[in-house]
Design a protein. Structure first.
Ligand code: TYD
Length: 204
C-alpha cells in the first residue's frame, strides 16, 4: 500500500498574537490520532538553521541579508527535515514558515515582494504548507502581550508601526489564499480558540 504523505501545517501571527500558546494543544490533538508528528520552528529547525536563527534574532543586518538568511535556513529546513518527514507519512507542525517572510521582510521591512518570490521559486518551487493558521489580534493586544515577554529580540524591539505593517501583510496574504490560510481571531480567550482549532482539525 502506498504511504499517504503527511500534512504540513504552519502557525503564523505577529509577535504577541499567542500562537505559541496553541502549538502544544494542536500537537497533542494530532498525536492523539496516532500520527507521527514533527514539531519545528523558523527560523531554525535544523542545527544549521538554529545557528542562523541566533544571528537573525540578535545581529544587526541589512534587510536583504535578513531575507536571504531566512531563505537559507528555510532551504535547509525543507530539504533536511520537512520533506523527508512528510514523505515517510509523518505530519509537520512549524511555528512560522514563508508567510512570515512575506509579512516581516516585505510588509515590515518594505522589501519588494518580487525578491521574495524569486527566492521562493528557487528554494521551494511549488512546495508549501497544506494549512496555515494565522493568529490575528489588534495591535494593542499584541503589544501588551509582548511587553510581558522576556528580553525582546531584534524583531520584538520594533515599533508599533512595524507590527501594523506585518499584520496588514499577513491579512493580505490570507485574502489571496483563503483556501490555505485560516484566520483565527486571537483576541478571544484560550477556550473559544481551542474550540475553533478542534473544528478545523476535524476537517483534516
Ligand atoms: P518567534 O517565532 O516569535 O519566536 P519566539 O516566540 O521564540 O519569540 O520569533 C521569530 C522571529 O523571527 C519573529 O519575530 C518573526 C521573525 N521572522 C521573520 O522576520 N521572517 C521569517 O521568515 C520568520 C520565519 C521569522
Amino acid at each position: 500500500m502506498a504511504i499517504q504523505p503527511g500534512k504540513f501545517i504552519t502557525l503564523e501571527g505577529v509577535d504577541g498574537a499567542g500562537k505559541s500558546t496553541h502549538l502544544d494543544y494542536l500537537a497533542d490533538k494530532i498525536r492523539a490520532r496516532g500520527i507521527e508528528l514533527i514539531v519545528t520552528r523558523e527560523p531554525g529547525g535544523t542545527p544549521l538553521g538554529e545557528k542562523l536563527r541566533a544571528l537573525l534574532l540578535n545581529d544587526p543586518m541589512q534587510p536583504d541579508t535578513e531575507l536571504m538568511l531566512m531563505y537559507a535556513a528555510r532551504a535547509e529546513h525543507v530539504a533536511a527535515l520537512i520533506k523527508p518527514a512528510l514523505t515517510r507519512g509523518a505530519w509537520v507542525l512549524s511555528d512560522r514558515f514563508s508567510d512570515a517572510s512575506y509579512a516581516y521582510q516585505c510588509g515590515g521591512r518594505g522589501i519588494d515582494a518580487t525578491r521574495l518570490k524569486a527566492l521562493e521559486a528557487w528554494t521551494l518551487a511549488d512546495f508549501g504548507p497544506d494549512l496555515t493558521l494565522l493568529f490575528d489580534v489588534a495591535p494593542e493586544v499584541a503589544e501588551s502581550r509582548r511587553a510581558q515577554a522576556r528580553t525582546a529580540d531584534r524583531f520584538e524591539q520594533e515599533q508599533a508601526a512595524f507590527f501594523a505593517r506585518v499584520r496588514a501583510a499577513y491579512l493580505e496574504r490570507a485574502k489571496a489564499e483563503p483556501g490555505r490560510i485560516r484566520v483565527i481571531d486571537a483576541s478571544h480567550g484560550i477556550e473559544p480558540i481551542r474550540a475553533e482549532l478542534d473544528r478545523i482539525m476535524e476537517g483534516l
